[in-house]
Design a protein around this ligand. Structure first.
Ligand code: M6R
Length: 608
């Protein structure tokens, strides 16, 4: 995700900006830039690639000044390149802005500003902020920024600087963090605490809707109505490493907890005011979709498991046959493809070699290809015909968590979008589903708050070398993901079984006290699941059931229960996977495993 740093004081700003940005590198980025007020003009240097590339570029210039802003960008709107890197400036280069978040109405604002004579240099949503400041500026940067934030929809952590007012930086926040570091005769701004710790531990943490006017000697924070706020100074105790993880012990745990936001961001601006789905990025026409005979989903690992959920969802909603394939198999099985087969490739990184090969094969055979990926500018995103991004932000832990849940969200949206085009789903049903989709972030939040309920089961689990995950239908697809997660980071051998298959061999492995995790969130399959739970209980397994609120029966059959909030059963995978992620995480911690970097695995698998 993008990183923000700002400095105003008596020291040279450039080294402080670079130092701060380097402390945010762990967040992932594809380009970087700085802007400084050098005597009477603004100087800006931007470069695609790592910070070193920016430093090499700056090397040739003379960036001398004691006020400046810097940014590392993780591309969202527009590919990674020099022009799209932040800061962005207005037509006259008198105002510069850095921004984290997404301006949802940037397209209409851009068109309006262009009609007013503004010229744009980048493909980003952020650039509208600089031009809007230019438009509204009447001698007070803070007031201009206030008018800008009244005009924009979406999320922002932003810092603005102007040549006209060389003694202030103005920041504003909504749904994207900003922290102000307090010094003596100097102040700092950052999106994340690690960037500040070398200089100060005294901070103001901005809340949503707040705006800060930062000078060398003062920080004035106002609420949304322009009323100054008396803010408490927060002293940061964390060390740098803990700060990078936002205080969490591992990136995986941080990313598990980021899921409500990641889901919200992925849904953002894709559901219209009347509750329908609008996926602008999918260019298939109604006629093309009506001619589709099948859908093929191709991916690896966790992304493949998302595809398995996708199969149930697409088949249920669209009544269209769906095949799901592991990419390394797909490419060698001479698959039946053509223009009547929609191929959906799913890849968090967008660089997985097998998935990429599958994408190329599908294109070669004339199938339209939609990619679901988390990384703008990745090879998959560049080569697919159409791309739908998961807005999960960079995933650093090798074990995929927020990428999986946001992939599910995109697959629900895609199914509904196609359903609308094909006229396969009545609008009322779409509205019902989108209403429930928007409730998922708070449901996930609720599950995260119950994490301590897993403690006892985790202690048992972490002492075993084998375990089983069972489920039916969508629950089976989630069981596969739960089992992969556990194996991957705790090294406990886990098998996921379609619960009805147990009696075809697996029951032989169910022994006294062996932990079994039974997912039972699909009401139409409850009775079948109860029989399967009885089968393992009869062999003295220790069963943890994941059930949905309202189910009073399943819990009676088992040793421990985790209840997820009630939702439409088709959406339950987004919720039922959360306790499984937590379970794997805590088991791995108890076993002393290197959670974020499990043995023998890499985050991005770019070889066959
Ligand atoms: O980047 P991708 O989504 O293409 O990666 C696919 C798999 O390598 C990945 O999901 C892997 O299975 C995860 N580490 C599982 O947590």
């Amino acid at each position: 995700m993008c990183g923000i740093v700002g400095y105003i004081g008596g020291q040279q700003a450039y080294p402080i900006l670079i130092e701060g940005l380097s402390k945010l590198e762990y967040r992932g980025y594809d380009s970087a830039g700085v802007a400084l007020l050098c005597e009477d003009h603004l100087e800006m240097v931007k470069s695609v690639g790592r910070l070193r590339a920016l430093e090499e570029k700056v090397g040739a210039t003379d960036l001398v000044g004691t006020i400046g802003i810097g940014h590392t960008r993780w591309a969202t709107h527009g590919r990674p390149c020099d022009e799209n890197a932040h800061p962005h400036s207005d037509c006259t280069n008198e105002f510069v802005v850095i921004h984290n978040g997404i301006i949802e109405n940037y397209q209409s604002l851009r068109e309006w500003l262009q009609s007013e004579g503004h010229t744009f240099r980048s493909e980003t949503d952020t650039e509208v902020l600089a031009h809007l400041i230019e438009h509204f500026y009447e001698g007070d940067l803070k007031e201009a920024v206030r008018l800008v934030i009244d005009k924009v929809k979406g999320s922002y952590g932003m810092v603005a600087m102007s040549r006209y007012e060389p003694d202030r930086l103005i920041c504003a926040r909504k749904d994207s963090p900003l922290v102000i570091g307090l010094g003596e005769g100097e102040n700092f701004i950052a999106s994340d605490i690690p960037a500040l710790l070398k200089y100060t531990r005294q901070t103001f943490i901005l809340n949503d809707g707040e705006l800060a006017d930062v000078t060398r000697d003062s920080v004035i924070i106002e609420n949304g109505n322009g009323v100054p706020i008396d803010k408490e100074i927060i002293h940061i105790e964390w060390d740098v490493l803990a700060a990078e993880k936002d205080g969490y012990e591992h990136f995986m745990l941080k990313e598990i907890h980021e899921q409500p936001k990641a889901i919200r961001d992925t849904l953002r601006s894709r559901i219209t005011a009347d509750g329908l789905v609008n996926l602008d990025e999918v260019k298939l026409t109604a006629e093309q979709t009506k001619n589709l005979l099948k859908v093929v989903m191709v991916a690896c690992g966790t992304a493949y498991h998302a595809g398995l959920v996708g199969k149930y969802v697409f088949e249920k909603l669209l009544r269209l046959p769906v095949e799901v394939d592991v990419a390394s198999e797909f490419r060698y099985r001479d698959p039946l493809l053509g223009e009547d087969t929609l191929v959906v490739v799913i890849s968090q990184s967008g660089e997985t070699a097998d998935t990429l090969a599958a994408l190329r094969l599908a294109k070669e055979k004339g199938s339209p290809v939609v990619a679901v990926t988390n990384v703008v500018g990745s090879t998959v995103s560049r080569e697919a015909d159409q791309v739908i991004y998961t807005w999960a932000g960079p995933e650093i832990a090798v074990a995929s968590t927020k990428a999986y849940t946001t992939q599910l969200i995109v697959l629900y949206l895609l199914a509904l979008h196609l359903g609308q085009l094909m006229e396969a789903i009545p609008n009322e049903e779409v509205v019902l589903l989108t209403q429930e989709l928007t409730q998922l972030p708070s449901h996930v939040d609720q599950i995260l708050r119950q994490a301590n309920e897993l403690t006892e089961f985790t202690s048992r689990l972490s002492q075993w070398e084998d375990t089983f995950f069972i489920g039916r239908g969508l629950d089976y697809a989630v069981a596969l993901e739960g089992s992969l997660k556990l194996k991957e980071i705790s090294y406990i051998h886990a098998e996921a079984y379609a619960a009805g298959e147990l009696k075809h061999g697996t029951l032989a492995l169910i022994t006294e006290n062996i932990p079994v995790i039974a997912l039972a969130t699909q009401p139409q399959l409850y009775e079948k699941m109860w029989s399967n739970i009885k089968e393992v209980k009869a062999r003295d397994a220790y069963v943890l059931a994941i059930v949905m609120e309202g189910d009073r029966e399943t819990g009676k059959e088992v040793d421990a229960v985790i209840t997820i909030p009630a939702t439409i059963p088709l959406l339950s995978p987004v919720l039922s996977v959360i306790p499984l992620q937590l379970l794997s995480y805590y088991a791995a911690v108890q076993r002393g495993c290197d959670v974020d970097k499990p043995r023998n695995l890499a985050k991005s698998v770019t070889v066959e």
